[in-house]
Design a protein around this ligand. Sequence first.
Ligand code: HEC
Length: 151
Amino acid sequence: MGAATLDDFRTDVSLQDLMAHVIDYNAFGVWRRQGWIIGDEVVELFPTDDDGWHAAESAAFSTAEAANLLLLPGRPLDDDRAWVDAAHMLYDASMRAQAAALAREKVDFFIAGSDMYQACVACHNRYVTGGSMEPDPTLKPLPGREEPPEQ
Ligand code: HEC
């Protein structure tokens, strides 16, 4: 166990900052390195060299570990297991993304990335949008991020 106790965690960072600067930031490190743009030609977004795959793997590891931060004392918004389940879903999918990046398995990496997204939606739908799946107008877009399209 070591000498650390629950009291040793520092949890001053707000949930909003944790989301924007840690969870979202690292999840996009995965998502921006995967997929296909299908037009007259098919453009692949997957890494093309070891540096790119290493970056993808680091982003996946970072998102997985960040999922644990959601479970630190004071972070869950209620006592319902739904919060824990969503955090675990994000951890598991991120670790699958990491393994797929290590193995250079594009399709598996892509599927794990979409499963990561499902974990975000599972939690947001319950805790942010109240089950409506509508975008919450009170959430600010991140700097440099395009506004979501009008519904
Ligand atoms: C276990 C629950 C949970 C999971 C999993 C989760 N979120 Fe969140 N997220 C929240 C909550 C709650 C808020 C609202 C925080 C607030 O406004 O106080 C939020 C807000 C956000 C915001 C808005 C932050 C801001 O600046 O206001 C972003 C962006 C975000 N989440 C991205 C993500 C992404 C991307 C994922 C998945 C990779 C994810 N979240 C997974 C609970 C979760």
